[in-house]
Design a protein around this ligand. Structure first.
Ligand SMILES: NC(=O)c1ccc[n+]([C@@H]2O[C@H](COP(=O)([O-])OP(=O)(O)OC[C@H]3O[C@@H](n4cnc5c(N)ncnc54)[C@H](O)[C@@H]3O)[C@@H](O)[C@H]2O)c1
Length: 257
């Protein structure tokens, strides 16, 4: 799929691996200047190599995006350096196990800080700059777990549901400003962290079989496929797409099978 982000300044959080890495690289291949964030620079070694191979202008602002300092600096420093911010993609997120019987306040709070508070803070800074410059688009990565209930993922599922509502509220708040936002809800995606979660399960082979049995296409998704959805949601060709919740899950949430 061909996209044109030439002369666009695009920020991607959680760009060190998986969906964030694939999105950052695809923006770079589409002509964008890419600003990446992850917890530390060493996590982004592979991403930086891939970005360099595209020949794009790129820059890293590292640190915990759930802190106000990093969230603010990510957007403000981008604008200071490049004069504007055209696209902000919030990918960074965590998944902790836990049911209503076992989740701790600390786990719930940490999940919300990273999965909800961080995108709220970066979007807030981006909205200020984008409104001033007269255009901009934001994308957040929620999950099908924010649409359906998921056992043993109470904090995660609840946080992704909040992100879906936040998308719609930001779209409403930014009405008539030419600043828009969309939300992507992936199903199960073949990323390093997903593989780590499989390996941490008592029987990884059985766990994978169980995940595959929910898939209408008999396979899980690839990070590149989600990255394509991200670029689609951010592209000017679909300026009319606003406040939308786009599931990309191989059909998992479309029926009860
Ligand atoms: N992989 C899946 O199956 C799947 C499915 C649905 C939704 N998602 C969502 O997609 C996003 C990316 O998931 P993934 O599996 O590609 O990658 P991932 O889980 O490995 O996380 C992406 C990156 O975020 C970074 N990160 C975590 N906390 C951070 C913080 N506080 N500050 C800065 N960076 C931080 C990590 O270091 C990592 O490199 C997440 O929000 C996840 O919830 C993933």
């Amino acid at each position: 799929m061909e996209f044109n982000f030439k002369n666009k300044i695009c920020i991607v959080t959680g760009a060190g691996a998986g969906i964030g890495q694939a999105s950052a690289v695809k923006f770079a291949q589409s002509g964008a200047t890419v600003v990446i964030n992850d917890l530390r620079e060493d996590i982004c070694k592979e991403t930086l190599q891939l970005l360099s191979e595209t020949g794009c202008e790129h820059y890293g602002i590292y640190g915990d995006i759930s802190t106000a300092e990093v969230a603010t600096r990510l957007v403000d420093e981008t604008v200071q350096k490049y004069g504007r911010v055209d696209v902000l993609v919030n990918v960074a997120g965590i998944v902790l196990p836990g049911t209503i019987m076992t989740v701790t306040n600390e786990e719930f709070d940490r999940t919300f800080r990273i999965n909800v508070m961080a995108p709220m803070m970066t979007c807030q800074r981006a909205c200020i700059h984008m409104k001033e410059q007269g255009s901009g688009v934001m994308v957040v990565i929620a999950s099908t777990a924010g649409i359906l209930g998921v056992g043993n993922r109470l904090a995660y599922s609840t946080s992704k549901g909040a992100l879906i509502s936040m998308t719609k509220s930001i779209a409403a708040d930014m009405a008539h400003t030419n600043v828009r936002i969309n939300c992507i809800c992936p199903g199960t995606v073949n990323t390093p962290s997903m593989e780590r979660r499989f390996q941490a399960m008592p029987d990884p082979v059985e766990a994978k079989k169980k995940f595959l049995s929910r898939e209408l296409n008999g396979r899980i998704g690839e990070p590149d496929e989600i990255a394509h959805a991200v670029l689609f949601a951010a592209s000017s060709e679909v300026d009319y797409l606003n406040g939308s919740i786009i599931t990309i899950d191989g059909g998992m949430t479309c029926c009860t099978q």
